[in-house]
Design a protein around this ligand. Structure first.
Ligand code: SF4
Length: 245
């Protein structure tokens, strides 16, 4: 879900300039290049949405899952880890622990063994078991369908909750992973670095009905052309991009 960008590496490393905040400019919104932040006109945002929809019409969640249980656990594992690695881990995990009830009673060492290929596997294995136990104790074994309930579970932040809501329950949600963060900044859809604030900025300008699809399409663009270090701008048809190299 996060792609291959190293942990902690921001969008401004290398490819673009830094955000500069001084006493004089405090309180104003600035672009990634230090210029005053000007929201993109509605027509330009519509053109970008059109580009993403035409270019990535089949973009979907890259995690393998059959139900809410599987997607919730896979998304917890996806922090700082590529989807294909998570899919390798969950193939074994879901064979041994096919539902919330079995995972809630799992031996931690066995879960660690299943998810060893993912980074931070001990911490993530504990989150999986704790999460399954909380779902069993507090939600009768059913994966909750609201943001508030989901983020109350161990290892579940807004990104994970929105992935589950959008892909299992059909509740539109913007997922701000490393690709969405980077591309939103490059396109001038936000000037914020914090995922929660980027999510709010996108929610203001992207129609709610397409929040989930838009997230998948932007992630697909990040994987295909708009990589962190070397975006392939010469092959990209997003002519409105203000970060075009
Ligand atoms: S023009 Fe370059 S930086 Fe802009 S979206 Fe396309 S690939 Fe990314």
């Amino acid at each position: 879900m996060t792609g291959g960008e190293p942990p902690g590496r921001g969008v401004n490393d290398g490819f673009m300039g830094k955000i500069v905040t001084t006493a004089k400019n405090q309180g104003k919104r600035f672009s990634e290049a230090g210029r005053p932040f000007v929201p993109r006109p509605k027509k330009e945002i519509e053109a970008m949405i059109d580009f993403f929809q035409r270019t990535y019409p089949d973009a979907r969640c890259g995690l393998d899952f059959r139900d809410g249980y599987e997607l919730l656990m896979a998304t917890i594992l996806s922090a700082q880890c590529q989807d294909k690695t998570v899919n390798l881990a969950t193939t074994k995990l879901f064979r041994l622990f096919p539902n919330v009830a079995t995972l809630a009673k799992a031996n931690l060492a066995e879960v660690e063994d299943c998810v060893r290929v993912c980074g931070f596997f001990r911490q993530k294995a504990k989150s999986l078991v704790d999460c399954a136990q909380a779902v069993t104790a507090r939600f009768g074994g059913q994966i909750p369908a609201t943001l508030e309930e989901l983020v109350s579970l161990r290892g579940v932040g807004r990104k994970t909750a929105n992935v589950v809501l959008g892909n299992v329950f059909g509740v539109p949600g913007i997922t701000v992973d490393t690709h969405v963060k980077r591309i939103s900044l490059r396109l001038g859809l936000t000037n914020n670095e914090e995922p929660e604030r980027i999510e709010l900025d996108l929610m203001e300008v992207i129609p709610q009905a397409i929040w989930t699809d838009f997230s998948h399409q932007v992630i697909a663009h990040g994987r295909t052309l708009c990589q962190a270090r070397k975006p392939q701008c010469s092959q990209c048809q997003l002519t409105l991009c203000q970060a075009r190299a």
